[in-house]
Structure formats: C-alpha cells, structure tokens
Design a protein around this ligand. Structure first.
Ligand SMILES: CC(C)(COP(=O)(O)OP(=O)(O)OC[C@H]1O[C@@H](n2cnc3c(N)ncnc32)[C@H](O)[C@@H]1OP(=O)(O)O)[C@@H](O)C(=O)NCCC(=O)NCCS
Length: 332
C-alpha cells in the first residue's frame, strides 16, 4: 500500500520521547547469563537499555512521550483528532492502549486505536496519519510508539533478551506543519515469515494457560539469523526505492533514521548503497531495540540534535515481526 500525491500535506509539528530511568548494561547481563559485554557490543552495537519500573506499563511510557510531543507541537490536547499507539506490548489484550493514553492526555476530541506492526509500528502509524490528514478526515494525529519489551523477554535466553529495551517515542503529524512534510510512505508485509519472531501464547490460538507459561510460550522467541538477512535486504530495498522514486542518490540524502535493530545490519546495508555513516542516526548503544518505539525515539533525538537540516530528505525505515516493513520519506 502506498500513500502519496494526497490532496493535503502532512508534516511533523512536534515530537517527544520518554525512556524509563532504570539502566540495564551489558555488564549486568554478564552476571546472569553466559555472555560478555564484548560479545554483545561487537555483534549488535548495544551497550545498555532501559527497563520500565514494576509499576509502569506501556501506556505510562506513551503518556509521557505523547505529552512531550503535544507540548512541542504547540497544540492543545483537545486539538488532537486521533491517537495511534504502535505496540506489541499493550497494557492489556482488551482494551487497546491508545484509549488509555487518550484519556490521560485529555485529548477529548480524539479517536484512539492501536497498531500492531511490531518494529514497523511507528512508521506504519505515520503512514496512516498521512493518509487521514491527506484525504481531509483529520488535521492533527498523535502517533506514539511505546513498548515494555522487558515484560515479554526470556531473561534466560541470551540470544534474545540482550537485544531489547523499553521506551516510547511520539510525533504530532499535522496539516499545519511547516517542516517534515511526508512526501511518501509505504507499508508492506510477508506473513510467510511470521514464525521468525513470535510470542506463541496469550492470544486466541493458544491462551496463556499454566502449561503454556511453564513452557515460556508467553515470552518472545526469535530466529536471529533469519531476521538478520531479512533486515539487511529490506532496509536496502526501501531506501533504494525512496532514492529511485524521488530521483536522488547518496549525495542528495540528508539523514536516515532507521529502526534501531543492530548496528551490523544497518552498516551492512549502507555499505552496499555507498551511503556514509554520518548520514545515519543511531542511538541503539543507549536503548537497544525498543521495537515499535525505536524510530519515534530516534526521530525525536535526531531533531533535538539538529541532525536533519532544513530542506534535506529525511528517510525513516523500519522492519520487524510479521514480517512487516514501513518507510516514510520526509522533506525537513
Ligand atoms: C541475534 C544476533 C545479534 C546474533 O548475532 P550472530 O552474529 O548472528 O550470532 P549467531 O546467532 O550466529 O550466534 C553465534 C553464537 O553466539 C551465541 N550467542 C548468542 N547470543 C549470545 C550472547 N548474548 N552472548 C554470547 N554468545 C551468544 C550463539 O549461541 C552461537 O553459539 P554457537 O555457535 O555455539 O551455536 C543477530 O543475528 C541479530 O541481531 N539478529 C536480528 C535480531 C532481531 O531479530 N531483532 C528483532 C527484529 S526487528
């Protein structure tokens, strides 16, 4: 599904992010797992990640990031017409997390729903927002990616638990924004790869009964090597498509804010595309992979560091469980 040439323009009016205070370092993992700081850093680029406090749920992280994004936008909460929360770790199966966030933020004129597109969730939300603003249905949409990944990780599985962290990133997408115009967005999927990253129990196919929990089926499993190959080729393909569709090369590209999955994945794709390292924004050293939150957090940090400069092409690219992928090309 591609959304482009819409009637009205949609851009980024404000952004914000929130990460919990607790830091879990690679050295902390050395105490509980057969692993080393050196192994984790050299294979992933990650040094530490944030972990939500026991009393915090995903909505709490989203509320804070959403509040910051609304403040940054200069809008009042009652001017938001829709809140989209992208998450694989909702507070509950029912209700969705977005209405909880909507109520807490006082967005009394807003609809609210969740998007479950895993690590592609935040960029998928931006694409939905672009479409609804473009066709005149809405003026202002708050897109939030938020995750408590620590709640679905198996901390005895060294191949998966070291990869993820908790956090939330948000953006107000608006018809009145003068920067960050979304020129094109794209979402895609290939469900034949649905087995590569899964939480098996807790849904309608396998409720989380005692046996399922004993077998840890309520926790995340990943086939890291399969995902690695998919991630490299998808990242490359989506970026190439943007450059082709808008007729620019590595020199014309301003900045890429990719899903913060693994430094080696991004590096490998960039080398093939001949794009220099300084054109990529990475923060996974501090936060690990925060799934649906990762592009939202990175986008907010990149903007605050004045990384995308006026007039530049800003590329957002994400991919993850499903398998799913999403991209957006913005003019900053
Ligand atoms: C997970 C990932 C870092 C593994 O890196 P890798 O270089 O491919 O490593 P491999 O999976 O080939 O494992 C190599 C060895 O390291 C071991 N290993 C795995 N995790 C380890 C850890 N934390 N510490 C030490 N050794 C570890 C494996 O058991 C394996 O040992 P073996 O050869 O004796 O079987 C990498 O594949 C990756 O990032 N994949 C994508 C991650 C992902 O799915 N993210 C979410 C999707 S958006």
């Amino acid at each position: 599904m591609t959304t482009q040439n819409t009637v009205r323009e949609a851009g980024i009016l404000g952004t914000g992010h929130y990460v919990p205070e607790k830091v879990l370092t690679n050295r902390d993992f050395e105490k509980i797992l057969d692993t080393t700081d050196e192994w984790i850093y050299s294979r992933t680029g990650m040094k530490e990640r944030r972990i939500a406090a026991p009393e915090q749920a995903t909505s709490d992280l989203c509320i804070e990031a959403g509040r910051r994004a609304i403040e940054d936008s200069g809008l009042q909460p009652d001017q938001i017409g829709l809140i989209i929360v992208a998450t694989v770790t909702p507070d509950h199966l029912v209700p969705a997390t977005a209405p909880i966030v909507q109520h807490a933020l006082g967005c009394v004129n807003s609809g609210a729903f969740d998007v479950e597109a895993a690590c592609s969730g935040f960029v998928t939300g931006l694409s939905v927002a672009q479409g609804l603003i473009g066709n005149g249905t809405l003026d202002n949409v708050l897109v939030i990616g938020g995750e408590c990944m620590s709640r679905i990780l198996d901390y005895e599985d060294r191949a998966s638990c070291i990869l993820f962290g908790d956090g939330s990133g948000a953006a107000v997408v608006s018809s009145t924004a003068t920067r960050g115009r979304i020129l094109q967005s794209f979402v895609g999927a290939d469900g034949s790869g649905s087995h590569t990253m899964q939480v098996m129990a807790g849904g309608s196919r396998r409720p989380a009964d005692i046996a399922a929990v004993q077998e840890k089926m309520h926790l995340l499993t990943i086939k890291g090597n399969d995902v690695f190959k998919f991630a490299v080729s998808t990242f490359r393909r989506l970026l190439e498509q943007q450059m082709r569709d808008f007729d620019f090369g590595p020199d014309g590209l301003g900045l890429v804010v990719p899903h913060q999955v693994n430094y080696r994945i991004i590096e490998s794709a960039l080398k093939k595309l001949d794009i220099p390292e300084e054109k990529i924004f990475m923060n996974l050293e501090k936060y690990g992979n925060t799934s649906g939150a990762s592009v939202g957090i990175a986008l907010d940090e990149a903007i605050r560091q004045k990384r995308p400069q006026e007039g530049q092409y800003l590329s957002l690219i994400a991919f993850g469980a499903g398998l799913t992928w999403a991209s957006a090309l913005l003019r900053w």
